[in-house]
Design a protein around this ligand. Structure first.
Ligand SMILES: *Cc1c(COP(=O)(O)O)cnc(C)c1O
Length: 367
């Protein structure tokens, strides 16, 4: 397939591979929750979710209610957990059969009221505990309070409790992570004993799956691994990036020594050179941090550094040593050019680079 404009190619075969690789790390009884927030980490949440549904994934997770609603609009029937529901959306959560992860007294009380208003019985909810990330979640000593609220209503029922690891990819933080796992186990056993029915538990993200098999529990929540990154070269080798951001050369210039390129004349040519202009800019997700040779694109398998400042709709690259012409394909990241290496060289992480690809960029799907 030829590339004639900036395009994000989404390879569903790579997604199948990553899903199966991650599943191979789990016990057969452990369920798999696929995290498809942020447009499927910048790809296309609906394509990703439909494909994973066909592979019989157990659960989806999104960050916000609107993301879950978009999946329901597209016909997704698998259960969907909303990681960070806000009270203003509680009616929509119930109307669209989404399952909230409730994280404090305000959301628990508020959701119980809304479930009651909608005449729900045993509406499925999840309870999030903070075990050290200090981001969202009840504290260990809130269990008593939560149980009291639950015992006073039949409108909701807890399907699972969850927590999130702060540093699962960083093995120098192993003892902190083990402490988080221990705390979560303690909370889970107290919770189940007091609530009086079986409650599932889950704590691992992708790096948790790969580094802490003892913490897989009843379910795991994987995002970045499905999209092809293991936060560690030894796992990256087993995963395949599902998204490739590609573009074309719009125009080539030959410039003389001393001439400058781009806004604010940020690049000054030290010698005669050839530059290529590519139709992708910060409005497409290539942040200005990649300018001034912090970032590059691949043309004919060779690195072409980004010179000068990244513009809104364009970048200019140095192609002096590359035999290429207008209309040739350019790979910004993906197959053949690691998003990890590009992100890290500019001081960020693959998560940020891949989730930044804006909605202006055309998506195509390889099946
Ligand atoms: C985003 C998110 C995940 C997925 O993490 P990855 O590192 O992408 O696998 C899991 N759990 C929670 C609570 C999240 O916010």
């Amino acid at each position: 397939m030829g590339i004639y404009e900036t395009t994000l190619e989404i390879d569903l075969r790579a997604l199948t591979h990553n899903f199966q690789f991650l599943k191979s790390k789990l016990q057969p009884k452990t369920k798999f929750m696929a995290v498809v927030k942020a447009f499927g980490y910048g790809s296309d949440a609906i394509e990703i979710a439909k494909h994973l549904e066909s592979l019989e994934v157990d659960y989806f997770a999104v960050a916000y209610t609107s993301e879950g609603m978009a999946l329901r609009d597209a016909g997704i029937e698998t259960p969907i957990m909303v990681l960070h529901p806000l009270p203003i959306h509680f009616d929509e959560i119930i109307e669209r059969c989404l399952e909230p992860s409730l994280y404090n007294a305000k959301t628990l009380k508020g959701f119980i009221e809304v479930a009651k208003k909608h005449a729900q019985k045993d509406y499925p909810i999840h309870i999030k505990f903070n075990t050290g990330l200090n981001r969202l979640g009840f504290w260990e000593n809130d269990v008593e309070y939560i149980i009291e609220k639950l015992k006073a209503t039949s409108s909701v029922k807890v399907l699972s409790i969850l927590s999130h690891l702060a540093a699962s990819e960083d093995l120098t933080e192993r003892s902190f992570t083990q402490h988080q796992i221990g705390t979560f186990k303690k909370i889970a056993s107290e919770f189940e004993r007091k609530v009086g029915y079986e409650v599932k538990m889950h704590q691992c993200n992708t790096s948790g799956i790969l580094n802490y098999p003892e913490a897989h529990f009843d379910m795991v929540r994987s995002g970045i691994g499905l999209y092809g990154f293991g936060n560690d070269p030894k796992f990256d080798d087993h995963l395949r990036p599902i998204a490739s951001l590609k573009s074309v050369i719009s125009q080539i210039h030959t410039i003389e020594p001393g001439e400058t390129v781009g806004y604010n004349r940020a690049y000054k040519a030290p010698y005669f050179q050839r530059t290529a202009t590519i139709p992708v800019g910060h409005a497409d997700g290539i942040s200005r941090i990649y300018g001034n040779e912090k970032g590059w694109v691949m043309i004919k398998g060779k690195k072409a550094p980004i010179i000068g400042n990244v513009c809104m709709d364009m970048i200019m690259v140095n192609i002096t040593d590359i035999d290429c012409k207008e209309g040739d394909e350019v790979v910004i990241f993906g197959k053949g050019s690691s998003a990890n290496a590009l992100a890290e060289n500019a001081g960020t992480i693959s998560y940020e680079l891949i989730t930044s690809v804006s909605q202006r960029v055309k998506r195509t799907v390889l099946r």
